[in-house]
Ligand binder design. Structure first.
Ligand code: ADE
Length: 226
């Protein structure tokens, strides 16, 4: 891996929702790549921003809007395909998957807390895998069976992309960091969807501050320093 020879120079930030990405696009002064510059396949709704920040080249990609439903393409499949293509074409030294997550108050999570995940796992694959602290599945809500599997993963937070990014990053031997800000308490009393929407904008500010701290920390370092 090139990054092991010298300081990290290329960081790929992968984010699912435009509302999560916009504060970081502004913070790092990123610009959207015009269509003629983009190597994305025709028809892919993916969005690509890029720029320089503190000596790092930053690419930020989103899976984009679902053409039929007109909403952000959240979940594991869209994020896996855009991450796979972006790793191969943009050749990052390091990936940051940033986003929001549900948090378990029983594990100490509160709204606007930001977690650096220590481990990542899927919870809706019925395959025994080592436990993870960030548990990923394709649903915002949590049915009883998912709850059992998430608790078995010993998760403090629950999202819809992390384990998919981890899977692709691992496939291409690219290190990845997971930064997740809590919008809703999964084991609380409020309906998840309402609490998520109520807190989304405020929490993206916490996410922006946390990702900035991570990127500031990375600047000038080698992968082996992390
Ligand atoms: N993103 C934000 N809140 C979430 C939740 N409760 N489950 C999955 N992803 C989320």
């Amino acid at each position: 891996m090139a990054a092991e020879a010298g300081p990290i120079s290329k960081v790929l930030i992968v984010i699912a929702m435009q509302k999560e990405a916009t504060p970081l696009v502004h913070k790092f002064n990123l610009v959207e790549a015009p269509a003629h510059q983009s190597t994305f396949p025709k028809g892919a709704p993916w969005v690509w921003y890029h720029g320089s920040y503190k000596g790092l080249h930053i690419d930020l990609v989103l899976p984009g809007m679902d053409a039929v439903l007109g909403v952000d393409s959240v979940g594991t499949v869209p994020v896996a395909v855009v991450t796979s293509f972006s790793i191969q074409t943009l050749k990052p030294d390091l990936i940051i998957n940033a986003g929001t997550a549900g948090g378990f108050k029983a594990k100490g999570a509160s709204i606007t807390d930001v977690f650096l995940a220590s481990d990542v796992a899927f919870h809706d694959r019925r395959i025994p895998i080592p436990v993870g602290k960030l548990s990923t599945g394709d649903s915002l809500d949590m049915c009883p069976q998912d709850k059992e599997l998430i608790l078995r993963n010993d998760a403090t937070i629950k999202d819809m992309e992390g384990a998919a990014v981890a899977y692709v990053a691992d496939m291409f031997s690219t290190p990845a960091i997971f930064v997740k800000a809590v919008t809703d308490i999964v084991d609380g009393v409020k309906p998840t969807y309402e609490e998520f929407l109520q807190n989304l904008i405020a929490v993206t500010t916490a996410l922006e501050l946390a990702v900035t701290k991570v990127v500031d920390f990375i600047s000038g370092k080698r992968i082996s320093d992390l």
